[in-house]
Design a protein around this ligand. Structure first.
Ligand SMILES: [Zn+2]
Length: 149
């Protein structure tokens, strides 16, 4: 067995990159949750991250936040499906890299059946990036849908 490496933010909120990230950079946020774009390129119709604003992992997420999780996932999925051309929104939580709870939501392009299931995150990096103009329009549409949702 190999020793487990420390995850980002393992030492608490003071050293957690997620907690220190300005909320103004989020696509959408309220008092308790934020949704962020991921990376500087986009290879799928959309990829976002849903995170609590407080420094929690899944095991210590307060009950008040846990009951909001289902509706939050629905809100983000609806916004992503509303972009059009999206067959499914995959929700992933691995938690190996960061101690701050984060859900990856990946939009699978409609008709790209070879990207179904667990193949989507593996193949994503091999797809060509969309233009920056398309990426910016996508992020604006998501921000507006999340705000309306
Ligand atoms: Zn944190």
């Amino acid at each position: 067995m190999w020793p487990e490496p420390a995850r980002s933010g393992e030492g608490g909120a003071e050293e957690c990159p997620t907690c220190r990230k300005p909320v103004e950079e989020a696509l959408w946020a309220d008092e308790h949750w934020r949704v962020d774009a991921v990376g500087s390129e986009l290879r799928l119709p959309a990829v976002v991250m849903l995170q609590p604003r407080g420094h929690y992992d899944l095991t210590d997420l307060p009950a008040e936040r846990a009951v909001e999780l289902g509706p939050m996932l629905q809100r983000v999925e609806r916004a992503m499906l509303g972009l059009g051309g999206v067959a499914r929104v995959h929700v992933n939580r691995w938690g190996d890299g960061a101690a701050h709870l984060h859900f990856w939501l990946l939009a699978r392009p409609a008709g790209m059946l070879q990207l179904r299931g667990t193949l989507l995150p593996l193949w994503e990096e091999l797809l060509p990036p969309v233009s920056e103009d398309v990426r910016q329009r996508t992020l604006r549409a998501l921000a507006e849908a999340l705000a309306a949702g």
